[in-house]
Design a protein around this ligand. Structure first.
Ligand code: 3PY
Length: 251
C-alpha cells in the first residue's frame, strides 16, 4: 500500500501493570527497526507503566476508550485530557466489544471521536458488520452508515489524525479471519466512502487497518492488499514474538 502501515495491539482486558511492563520489555527490542508505526493500546491502569517502559523507543501507547466530556459526574470514565497529559497518543474507539457489551452507539463513538481529536489524540475508530448483516448482504450499508455517523462533523484536517479499523464482528475473538479478499473488499469500500464524504486525496491518505484475529500466520497475506494499511491485533498482540512477526510483515 502507498501508506505507512500502522500495527496496533489491542490488549483488551489483559495484563496487570507488572505484566504489561514485562510484555513491553520483550516487545520493544524485537520491533526497534520496524518500518511501520507500532502501537500498544492497553488498559487504563497499565498506561503509566506502558509509557515508562516504551520511553525513548519507537513504540507508541494508546488507550482503549475515552469519554467525551472534559470532566464531571461520569463515575468510572476517563477524559481525553487525562490521557493527553499522560503522554498517550492514540485511543481505540467504538470497538465491537464496546458496542456489543457496553451499549456503545455510533452517536457516542462520534462524540468520543470529536473529543479525542479536539484534545490532540489520534482515534482508531472501529467499524464492522455482524455475521447476520453479512449474510443478509448489507455489509456495505452497515459500513457506510458507521463511517458517516462515527465521523460526523470531523473536518478534513482532523481526518488526518484518524485511523479507521475494519473489524468484521464475526472475526473478533472467534479465531475466524476474513479472507484477504474480503478484507480488501471492505477496506476499499471504506476508502471510497471517505472519498465521497471528503475527497480523493483525503481518502488516499487515510490509514485503514484490518482487525479480527489477525496473527503472525495470516498477516502477510492481509497486509499485501492495496487498501489494508495495517492491523489492529487482539490475542496475537499479547505474545511478543507473534506481535513482532506481524510488525515485520508490515515493515
Ligand atoms: C481481534 O483481533 O479479535 C480484535 O478485536 C482486535 O481489536
Amino acid at each position: 500500500s502507498k501508506r505507512k502501515a500502522i500495527i496496533a495491539g489491542n490488549w483488551k482486558m489483559n495484563k496487570t501493570p507488572k505484566e504489561a511492563k514485562e510484555l513491553l520489555n520483550a516487545i520493544t527490542p524485537l520491533v526497534k527497526d520496524a518500518g511501520c508505526e507500532v502501537i500498544a493500546c492497553v488498559p487504563y491502569v497499565d498506561l503509566a507503566t506502558a509509557l515508562e517502559a516504551t520511553e525513548g523507543t519507537n513504540v507508541k501507547i494508546g488507550a482503549e476508550n475515552c469519554h467525551w466530556a472534559e470532566s464531571g459526574a461520569f463515575t468510572g470514565e476517563i477524559s481525553t485530557g487525562m490521557l493527553k497529559e499522560m503522554g498517550v497518543e492514540y485511543v481505540v474507539l467504538g470497538h465491537s466489544e464496546r458496542r456489543q457489551y457496553f451499549g456503545e452507539t455510533d452517536e457516542t463513538v462520534n462524540k468520543r471521536t470529536k473529543a479525542a481529536l479536539a484534545a490532540g489524540l489520534k482515534p482508531i475508530v472501529c467499524v464492522g458488520e455482524l455475521l447476520w448483516e453479512r449474510e443478509c448482504d448489507i455489509t456495505e450499508e452497515v459500513i457506510a452508515r458507521q463511517i458517516k455517523l462515527d465521523l460526523f462533523n470531523v473536518t478534513e484536517e482532523e481526518l488526518k489524525n484518524v485511523v479507521i479499523a475494519y473489524e468484521p464482528v464475526w472475526a473478533i475473538g472467534t479465531g475466524k479471519t476474513a479472507t484477504a479478499d474480503q478484507a480488501e473488499e471492505v477496506c476499499s469500500f471504506i476508502r471510497a466512502t471517505i472519498a465521497k464524504l471528503y475527497n480523493q486525496a483525503a481518502a488516499d491518505a487515510v490509514t485503514i487497518q484490518y482487525g479480527g484475529s489477525m496473527n503472525d500466520g495470516n498477516a502477510d497475506e492481509l497486509l499485501s492488499k492495496t487498501n489494508v494499511d495495517g492491523g489492529l491485533i487482539g490475542g496475537a498482540s499479547l505474545v511478543a514474538e507473534k506481535f513482532a512477526a506481524i510488525v515485520k510483515a508490515a515493515s
